[in-house]
Design a binder for this molecule. Structure first.
Ligand code: HEM
Length: 177
């Protein structure tokens, strides 16, 4: 079923969720790798992967917002969870949207202000700028660490439901019945 029901997610929401998860892990890996690479050519090569991937994540996030806003309703909260856990889950989910959109905005700002776009994508032979000279580098680095913290909380909560509560919550975020 494309849409979600009261007790499970639909295939559109499931596909957006897992595709975004894989792409965001790849973005964190490539971003930290780029930041610790000194060689300009190697750094540019990593960014040729990092930037287009981030644009795909932006499109998926926009699709996710439109999907929930116009077309689908979330399943009910996990049965038997205390109110504070429901609230915490909500806060973490909203924080994901804010941090992901903030990462994309600061990344685009960084590329525009530093003029690195044409260098990364091979239209200019100039040397790559030092990104730490530009203000959006600060929220981009901070947002990356916040995103890692959110992922730890989110994954930890899912594993807690799966293995401690044993309520099979993970199953409703996967395909099938
Ligand atoms: C969800 C989206 C994004 C994520 C999760 C992400 C992740 C990261 C991470 C983890 C770093 C390393 C931060 C550090 O070590 O302090 C980084 C650096 C960077 N990212 Fe992103 N990024 C995203 C979007 C973008 C976009 C849209 C652009 C450009 C249009 C971009 C361009 C850069 C650049 C230029 C660096 C700096 C590399 C350096 O300092 O050498 N990022 N990113």
């Amino acid at each position: 079923m494309l849409k979600s029901t009261a007790d499970r997610y639909g295939t559109v929401a499931i596909s957006i969720h897992w595709l975004s998860a894989v792409l965001i892990l790849a973005l964190l890996g490539s971003g930290f790798r780029a930041a610790s690479t000194i060689d300009a050519a190697a750094k540019a090569e990593i960014l040729r992967f990092h930037v287009p991937l981030a644009i795909v994540v932006l499109l998926l996030t926009a699709l996710r917002i439109v999907w929930w806003w116009r077309f689908d309703l979330r399943p009910a909260a996990a049965q038997g969870s205390p109110r504070w856990q429901e609230r915490a889950a909500r806060v973490v989910h909203v924080a994901f949207y804010i941090v992901i959109l903030g990462m994309v905005a600061s990344g685009i700002g960084l590329m525009i202000l530093s003029g690195a776009g044409p260098i990364v994508f091979g239209e200019s032979a100039a040397t790559l700028p030092d990104f730490t000279d530009y203000p959006p580098r600060v929220p981009h680095g901070g947002g990356a660490r916040l995103l890692v913290a959110l992922l730890v909380l989110h994954t930890g909560a899912a594993l807690y439901h799966q293995f401690v509560q044993r309520d099979g919550l993970l199953r409703r975020m996967w395909y099938g019945r």
